[in-house]
Design a binder for this molecule. Structure first.
Ligand code: SF4
Length: 95
């Protein structure tokens, strides 16, 4: 599933989106969760949590099994935000 809540710091050798040999840009439409090229800011984490809350609200007014899929996506977004919170480093410590 493409993840819009991130920055792609593209390095060809690490890319999970299978760029063509010699490509200088990622295949963003094929972005893969867990790619080592991803960077996420605190703002992205907040947006992930907001999106998770929105999905849960939608699920409350949606019949199953679609509601269950929405809740699963909400959980996944919260997990990504949690991972960011646990692994985040200040910008001054990077580089
Ligand atoms: S998988 Fe996503 S984060 Fe990784 S290089 Fe491709 S577009 Fe960038």
């Amino acid at each position: 599933m493409p993840d819009p809540f991130l920055i792609c710091a593209f390095k060809h050798d690490n890319a999970l989106c299978s760029p063509k040999p010699g490509a200088t840009a990622p295949r963003q439409y094929a972005c893969q969760t867990g790619c080592g090229n991803t960077a996420r800011t605190d703002t992205h984490a907040r947006q992930l949590r907001q999106r998770a809350d929105d999905l849960d609200q939608q699920a409350a007014h949606t019949p199953s099994p679609l509601a269950e899929r929405l809740r699963t996506s909400a959980t996944r977004f919260r997990e990504l935000a949690d991972t960011h919170d646990i692994t985040a480093r200040p910008a001054k410590d990077i580089g």
